[in-house]
Design a protein around this ligand. Structure first.
Ligand SMILES: NC(=O)c1ccc[n+]([C@@H]2O[C@H](COP(=O)([O-])OP(=O)(O)OC[C@H]3O[C@@H](n4cnc5c(N)ncnc54)[C@H](O)[C@@H]3O)[C@@H](O)[C@H]2O)c1
Length: 355
């Protein structure tokens, strides 16, 4: 099997590239190395026999010049920060990469008669709808108190049917991803193109060069390991906001199952998330980090909530689990341990990247 991974030097792309390569696939990665730390993966790819093409997904000529045929394209190139463009800077880059880049990718898949796995995000959901979920405040976390009349909300969390429109904005990042999802559906239907959309919540694990605006859970582990100060931000500043975490190994397991089903898929959307099993509040995550890393750094508190922030997101991936006979295995504790092991394994080189 020959696989092209756009954004292949990034966290998710490189994790998948290594996994698929280790199973015998011929893997080509394509990346413009914009993300800090992604250049490290290129050195590792050389050792593993993973091909790397330096190119820009915004540039159709770069994409079209990728040689050969591919059984599968995984589109993992993006500016993945929910805060991207919100200060008025970098909006063109965001739109050109996340939306026009998807279009370039779709044209590549169409003209090469390949198949597409598109990585989307829980950020496609309307923020006001997410903020409208009735929550109760438990000792260490917020939790769903009633599912009410909102479509796509179950006691397990948020499904594919939760509102993406009709409740206002969703962040510039989320808008580029939602627009991309629409085009994936159109191409799949119009050109009978095998394609699937995975709406992921937080993906976290070794190899992520986390920062405050993206990859915060990995950054949280790094700061515990190296005893650097942290801050709970928003929702009263107590760290009770909840997310679910998906390990890239569980995503890889899902993709392997989807590859088998792809000939019959035409742009269907699946919530692919860690679910309740993989969920943690920041406060709970802190306790795991303290245990695993053996440090208790100072945590300041800022009660102010950013307009794009939500107190709770846990994906209900029942449809995905049923369709592909899949279930995420890693717990937040497994993820913290794997991240800490990775950081310890190359501390002198990795520490400066988390400064
Ligand atoms: N990490 C998460 O929590 C998460 C959650 C949901 C969805 N996703 C999606 O998964 C995908 C991968 O995210 P990630 O966490 O690995 O992010 P990442 O930033 O680590 O990887 C993205 C890669 O894309 C590359 N890139 C950026 N602009 C490019 C361009 N114009 N041309 C070519 N390459 C470019 C970057 O250099 C980087 O290596 C993205 O589509 C993201 O939206 C990620």
């Amino acid at each position: 099997m020959r696989i092209l991974i756009t954004g292949g030097a990034g966290f998710v792309g490189s994790s998948l590239a290594r996994k698929f390569k280790s199973e015998g696939a011929d893997v080509v990665t394509f990346d413009n190395l914009r993300r800090r730390g992604s250049e490290r993966n290129v050195i590792d790819f050389q050792k593993r026999g993973i091909d790397f093409i330096h190119g820009d997904i915004r540039n159709a000529a770069d994409v079209d010049s990728i040689a050969g045929d591919f059984d599968l394209v995984i589109d993992a190139s993006a500016e993945p920060s929910v805060l991207a463009g919100t200060d008025g800077n970098g909006i063109r880059y965001l739109n050109d990469t996340n939306l026009n880049g998807t279009l370039n990718c779709l044209e590549f898949v169409r003209t090469r008669k390949s198949k597409l796995i598109f990585l989307s995000t829980s950020r496609v959901y309307s923020i006001k709808a997410l903020q409208g979920i009735k929550l109760r405040e438990d000792a260490t976390r917020f939790a769903i108190s009633e599912t009410g009349n909102l479509p796509g909300l179950t006691k397990e969390g948020i499904t594919e049917d939760f509102p993406v429109v009709g409740h206002g904005f969703r962040s510039l990042y989320g808008a580029t991803k939602l627009a991309s999802e629409l085009f994936v559906e159109e191409y799949a239907q119009t050109f009978n193109m095998p394609a699937v959309i995975n709406r992921c919540g937080v993906i976290a694990g070794p190899g992520q060069f986390g920062k405050t605006d993206q990859g915060v859970f990995t950054m949280w582990v790094a700061r515990h390991l190296w005893a650097k100060p942290l801050q709970y931000t928003g929702f009263g500043g107590q760290g009770k906001q909840v997310r679910d975490l998906l390990h890239p190994a569980d995503l890889h397991d899902l993709l392997k199952r989807q590859i088998k089903a792809l000939p019959n898929l035409r742009g269907e959307t699946f919530v692919a998330a860690g679910g309740q099993h993989g969920s943690a509040s920041l406060m709970e995550f802190t306790n795991i980090c303290r245990r695993v890393c053996g440090n208790t750094p100072e945590i300041k508190s800022n009660p102010q909530t950013a307009s794009v922030d939500v107190p709770f997101f846990v994906g209900d991936s029942s449809k995905c689990q049923k369709t592909f006979d899949w279930a995420p295995k890693a717990t937040p504790e497994d993820i913290v341990k794997d991240i800490a092991d990775w950081l310890r394994s190359d501390e002198p080189n990795l520490k400066p990247l988390f400064a």
